[in-house]
Design a binder for this molecule. Sequence first.
Ligand SMILES: NC(=O)C1=CN([C@@H]2O[C@H](COP(=O)(O)OP(=O)(O)OC[C@H]3O[C@@H](n4cnc5c(N)ncnc54)[C@H](O)[C@@H]3O)[C@@H](O)[C@H]2O)C=CC1
Ligand SMILES: O=C(O)[C@H](O)CS(=O)(=O)O
Length: 484
Amino acid sequence: MRTLKDESLLETRGFVNGEWIGGAATFPVENPATGEVIARVADLSAADVATAIGAAHAAKRGWAARAGKERSAILRRLFDLLVENADDLATILTAEMGKPWAEARGEILYGAAYIEWFAEEAKRVYGDMIPGAQSDKRMVIVKQPVGVVGAITPWNFPNAMLARKMAPALAVGCTVVARPSEFTPLSALALAKLAERAGVPAGVFNVLPGLDAAGMGAEMCANPKLAKLTFTGSTRVGKLLMRQGADTIKKISLELGGNAPFIVFDDADVDAAVEGAMVAKFRNNGQTCVCANRIYVQAGIYDAFAGKLAEAMERLTLGDGFADGVTTGPLINAAAVAKVEDHLADATARGATVLRGGRRSGLGQGFFEPTLLTGVTQEMKLAREETFGPLAPLVKFDTEDEVIGWANDSEFGLAGYFYTSDLNRAWRVGEALEVGMVGINTGAISTEMAPFGGVKQSGIGREGSKYGCDDYLEIKNLCFGGLS
Ligand SMILES: NC(=O)C1=CN([C@@H]2O[C@H](COP(=O)(O)OP(=O)(O)OC[C@H]3O[C@@H](n4cnc5c(N)ncnc54)[C@H](O)[C@@H]3O)[C@@H](O)[C@H]2O)C=CC1
Ligand SMILES: O=C(O)[C@H](O)CS(=O)(=O)O
């Protein structure tokens, strides 16, 4: 790994109640581009999670009692530290996750933007005053932090997905026990290191790496001192956590899998649609939950779009994320490559044609060539399941009604995209797509300023935006009577 300006940011211990602690053992973190072990990290346990929840529970009263402006100032300092250390944080992120360094640095700034946003929201947790139902009554509606929050996060955005959770939680006065993906714990531990430096008090933000994901998650779901669980990851695990939390009626926020349709109508600006598809499909090497998973192109422009997209894909340069000029890194692991190959094999066996790519790269185990497929149909796996990799499947359609029916024919409903020059169609299709977020003539929809989340089996709740604190607050009615 590249040398860090501040080597202390490469932290391998867990952070519990303001202390850096080791585990009974350690586990390796590998660079997905090279297979090199870049660090061995403390393998904490479900028992350690219980200890951390106890510490977070003990800390919550004092943290909630601080003025929002005080919490705001600490989060603002954390934002400043993230920006100041963005280069080192990007190096750590690229080393453990594989995305190109420039994209990793962009993620650090994206995660920091959530912290900046909620540093401001910390000062705006407003309530209401309701006139009494009787003349001697007045009702004051206050919003209070839910308490201890468990956060379980994925490997594909190891900084931003945790920042998107801990920022609103801390802003409103909650405390957090976080468990990052075993593939990418270092970015979360570096965030904890900077949170400590920013003045986040002991017990308020805890980060516990560990291999026993199931046991650590089960402890969060069962522990009565934990009020809420927030999870980003697969729909499979989200369903499991929801079931496990039922016994204690855990409040839950879920950011789960996607299967985004990307629709190009005959009246679209084809060049703009191609650029949008390059962003929506190949950002993070196709490893985002809002990636275009299906690309529907209307018959009149199908051949033109396919040819231009194939040409644009030549700009993608596969390689080690630390190498200059690389736009596309490795997939996270062998299982991810196997899923891409499974979807590709199923599609070609059912009649799809590989226009470009279609095989592993000679660069190493995690590298797969960005692939363009034509002749794809709804029956193929890659139209029904989330590929989470660099497959661009083109499906030809004839009418608007037909493509909306296909786009909505999914148990997922996170994001969708379409290109058109017809304003009436923009409203019709935007309102018809059964998703939480729609890109209209753009492939880039993610920002801290807008609510992020989905419908159907893509999740519950929204992250970011002026709505982003709601999931961390309870509403209480203070009813004053006997007034004269
Ligand atoms: N909606 C969204 O914002 C996002 C959704 N995702 C989805 O996540 C998936 C890819 O990310 P992965 O990390 O592979 O997902 P994953 O669901 O396998 O893992 C996510 C996290 O859950 C943990 N985990 C796994 N099994 C668990 C269990 N039984 N109990 C508790 N925790 C458990 C993992 O260690 C990891 O930290 C894709 O489906 C993708 O769509 C990923 C990022 C964002
Ligand atoms: O897929 C994810 O992990 C992120 O939610 C994608 S985004 O927020 O960068 O769009």
